[in-house]
Design a protein. Structure first.
Length: 325
C-alpha cells in the first residue's frame, strides 16, 4: 500500500471528542490515506472508541503504549507512518478537519517538491487563524514567510492540526518534535523553512477546539505566546533577519516580555508562571537582565500610579475579588 497521506492522531483520554475527530478523517474527499491512531494509555474508554473504528476500516491502524509526555506521544505515533507515504497530516484528538482538507493541501504540495510545509486558515472557536498572506498566491519562499512572520508579529503556520508536512521531512527528523521545546511544532516549522518552500490554502480546512482541558487552555494566563515569540526570535531570528532587523525585533519583544514577567511574578500565578517560563528561557539560552527587570518594574509601577482604575482592577484580580468571565 502506498498512501498519499498518513494522518496521525495521538490521543490520551479524548473520549468526548475522538469520534468527531476520526469521523472527520473518514469523511475526507481524498480517500487515499492511512490513519494512525496511537493510544497513550487512556483510561476513559478512548482506546475502545479507536479500536471500534480500526476494526471497521483497513486504512486505520491503532497503536498503544505506556503513558508518555504529549510530544513524546506525537513522536511515537509518527514513527509508525508508512515508509511509502508522500505526506503527513497530524490531527489533534479534540480537533477535526473539513472534508476538503487533505485534497486541497495535497493539491498545493504537489505543485513543487520544494514545498515541505502547507498550512491554511483554521477556525479556533469563533476566530479565523493564520491570515495575512496575499490571497492571490499559494506558494512562498520559506525564508520570506518566516521573515515576514517575525517582523510583522503574524503567525501563518498554525498548530499541528493546521499543517501538512512532506513525509521525507518528517522521516529525516529524529525525533521530529523536540520534547524540551515549549512550542515544538513552531520550532520545527522554522527549522523546515530554512531550506524549503511554504504552501498555503486560502480556505478554512481545520477546526481547533478551545475551552476544554487541553494544555493550551490550562496555561493561557501565563503569557505562553510571549514566551514562544521570545524563544523563536532568540533561536531563529538571525537565520531570517539582517542584524538591524534582528536587534529591533528582539528589543520590541523584550520590552513587552519584561513587563509581563514583572506583572506575573508579583501576582497569584507566580509559581505556575515561573514553572512554565524558566525551562523555556533555558531552552532558548536566554538570560534575564536584572537591569531590565528593574526598569520594567519601575515602568509598571509608574503606569499603575498614573492609572488608578487599572491599579484597582489588577489589585482586585490579585486578591481574587474579580469575577472570572
Amino acid at each position: 500500500m502506498k498512501p498519499v497521506v498518513s494522518v496521525v492522531t495521538p490521543f490520551y483520554n479524548g473520549a468526548p471528542y475522538l469520534r468527531e475527530c476520526i469521523q472527520s478523517v473518514l469523511s475526507q474527499s481524498l480517500k487515499d490515506f492511512e490513519y494512525i491512531l496511537f493510544d497513550n494509555h487512556s483510561t476513559d474508554g478512548s482506546g475502545t472508541i479507536a479500536a471500534e473504528y480500526a476494526a471497521s476500516d483497513s486504512r486505520l491502524r491503532l497503536g498503544t503504549g505506556p503513558h508518555v509526555g504529549q510530544i513524546d506521544n506525537f513522536n511515537r505515533a509518527l514513527s509508525h507512518v508508512s515508509p511509502n507515504s508522500t505526506y503527513v497530516k497530524m490531527l489533534g484528538a479534540d480537533d477535526w478537519l473539513y472534508p476538503e482538507c487533505l485534497e486541497r493541501m495535497v493539491q498545493v504540495a504537489d505543485t513543487s517538491t520544494r514545498i515541505a510545509l502547507v498550512s491554511s486558515y483554521s477556525l479556533a472557536g469563533l476566530t479565523v487563524c493564520n491570515a495575512g498572506l496575499p490571497y492571490d498566491r499559494a506558494v512562498f519562499s520559506g525564508r520570506d514567510v518566516c521573515r515576514r512572520q517575525l517582523l510583522e508579529g503574524r503567525f501563518f503556520f498554525g498548530s499541528l492540526t493546521s499543517v501538512l508536512y512532506r513525509a521525507s521531512v518528517v522521516r529525516a527528523g529524529e525525533p521530529f518534535l523536540t520534547p524540551e521545546a515549549p512550542h515544538a511544532d513552531t520550532e520545527r516549522a522554522y527549522q523546515t523553512l530554512r531550506d524549503h518552500d511554504f504552501g498555503f490554502v486560502h480556505q478554512i480546512l481545520s477546526y481547533l477546539r478551545r475551552g476544554n482541558e487541553s494544555v493550551s487552555s490550562r496555561i493561557s494566563d501565563l503569557y505562553p505566546g510571549l514566551l514562544d515569540r521570545l524563544i523563536i526570535i532568540q533561536r531563529y531570528g538571525r537565520d531570517f533577519l539582517d542584524p538591524s532587523e534582528f536587534a529591533r525585533c528582539l528589543r520590541t519583544c523584550e520590552r513587552e516580555y519584561y513587563r509581563a514577567y514583572v506583572r506575573q511574578v508579583v501576582g497569584p500565578a507566580r509559581r505556575r508562571f515561573l514553572a512554565h517560563h524558566r525551562p523555556g528561557l533555558e531552552h532558548a539560552g536566554y538570560r534575564l537582565s536584572r537591569r531590565r527587570l528593574v526598569e520594567a518594574g519601575l515602568a509598571e509601577a509608574a503606569d499603575l500610579l498614573l492609572d488608578p482604575k487599572k491599579t484597582a482592577g489588577r489589585l482586585a484580580t490579585r486578591l481574587g475579588l474579580r469575577r472570572r468571565a
